[in-house]
Design a protein. Sequence first.
Length: 394
Amino acid sequence: MPDPAVWDAVVVGAGPAGAAIAARLAGEGFGVLLLDRAEFPRRKACGECVSPAGVEALRSLGALSAVLAAGPAPLAGWRIRAEGGAGFAGRFPEGRTGLGIARETLDAILVEHARACGAEVRTGLRVRDLLREGERTCGVVAGRGGAEVALRARVVVGADGLRSVVLRRLGLVRRAPRLRKVALTAHVRGADGLADTGELRVRAGGCLGIAPVGEGRANVSVVVAGGAPGAVAGGAAGCFDRALRGYGLEGVERVDEVLATGPFDWPVRCTVADGAVLVGDAAGYYDPFTGQGIFRALRGAELAAEAVGAALRRGDVSAAALSGYDRARRRAFGPGERLQQVIEAFVSRPRALAAAARRLDRRPEAADALIRVTGDLEPVRSLLDPALLFRLVW
């Protein structure tokens, strides 16, 4: 397809957020170009768990049947183990399950879905800068090797992850990360006893998450203190393998390369600018412990597509015209982000977490309530129910 003079939208990053907004906008008849520096399928450092609400978001997008056909593992709930043996389990409501699926599989499916909806997809193309007309973003500069091309657009969507080029060129990073954590991720075989649940094991200085992802494999993500990925990248495999033993997983076999990513504390001042919006991790992220990233990517893309589509139809893509998305995103995700900070306070204090785990183990209805909230099935305010609080305290 030859380049039009100006695309309606250029989407930078073809992970779940980028592929989802590209599919939605293209499905409405807009001219959409989806770019990614990688070739698909490709692995991605991620916990690879889709919450039950994320499953519904895939259904709304029209991609769930293709995802299910790939054979993901069902997730009916989570077990949390604190240092010293304390722990609790919580399950999603009957009939609501999450999914464990490798990102190389999920992302490739969503990219193909975007293509089927009418988006033009170009991979192996790295975005290096934004095109600007005064204060308005009007496209991107992308390159492969030494060649560069200017791609003009009415709207640029930054969906390019934690180290988003679009975010940084817009100057919307609020501050440097304070929560200096790094995640090391790989697949293993031989993780017995998981069945249809994931498990989080927490100890001083970090945590380990393990969940089935289908085909006899499980995803293991080890979160450690350590600043930028470079702090462990040179010895990522050794650090990961030592963590397996330290968290009691001596019997498993690692089957692929260890990937590193982080840190995860990237607050943004705003998710819109003149001619641009941010979605997914590029729109801000805090702490991977609760594993809600894929749902937020899909739901955020839905909210952004509504605002961008309306702005394109009106012919006004100013920050003011797009600001409804920023407000909707804050309403949708703000309470969950505050809950993440509360959970982080417990995770960083093993004795406090152990005490809370023992209490939740004695009160399974409270444990289920917490798992429903972190599975995006209930609003955070449901945890403030007086009867639930009474059972937790007494």
